[in-house]
Write a protein of this length. Structure first.
Length: 208
């Protein structure tokens, strides 16, 4: 089957069966990348392992970049489920709440470095105009952070601080994946970044 052009819009699943097939494709892609790395993952192998037709794979993911940005988005969704929605811990400073999220996410990513590299490389290479889900990944992790902080109405300044924190997080992860810094250094840098960037957040309204 000819390769589908990357600028074709990805289809969205509209039924439980389609959602299940899309999820199997994401899980198969994650498994293969964990074993072999991004460059050696073949789209036909992803479809075969997922038990899905190759045409269905390309309908949901027109390119390998689309596929691994989708894997990253799925991982962020799972992170959100882990930490809950709008459930800040009473008395926990915003910097500590955000660090707990990024610490857990970093540990999970660095346990499977080949997969983490595949996801981050794809996200870094994705143009939002061609891979809209790339913007959704950033929005997803910001939502998780806002949830645990308990800040429902962030100001433009709050949003800027969170953007900078995510850029720092991605850079620290890359350094960890490349072996430039150790896991303790990854966590130390993230803790410091959270403290420096989130100390000036606006305060959430008191609970009623």
């Amino acid at each position: 089957m000819p390769r589908v052009a990357e600028n074709r819009a990805a289809a969205e699943p509209s039924s439980p069966g389609q959602q299940a097939r899309r999820l199997r494709l994401l899980e198969a892609a994650a498994h293969l990348a964990s074993l072999h790395g991004l460059d050696r993952v073949q789209m036909h192998e992803v479809a075969k392992q997922a038990g899905v037709a190759i045409g269905t794979l390309y309908r949901y993911f027109p390119s390998k970049t689309h596929l691994f940005v989708g894997v990253l988005a799925d991982q962020i969704d799972r992170l959100g489920d882990t930490f809950g929605r709008r459930r800040p811990t009473p008395g926990l400073p915003p910097c500590d709440a955000a660090f707990a999220v990024l610490q857990q996410a970093s540990r999970a990513l660095l346990r499977r470095p080949a997969l983490a590299t595949a996801m981050l490389t794809s996200a870094n290479n994705a143009e939002v105009a061609k891979v809209p889900e790339a913007a959704a990944t950033d929005g997803g992790i910001r939502t998780v952070l806002l949830d645990v902080i308990g800040l429902e109405h962030p100001t433009p300044g709050d949003q800027a601080r969170l953007r900078l924190l995510l850029q720092l997080w991605y850079g620290v992860l890359q350094s960890g994946l490349q072996g430039r810094i150790s896991m303790p250094e990854v966590e130390s840098d993230l803790r410091l970044g959270c403290r420096m960037l989130l100390s000036g957040l606006s305060h959430p309204p008191p609970a009623r």
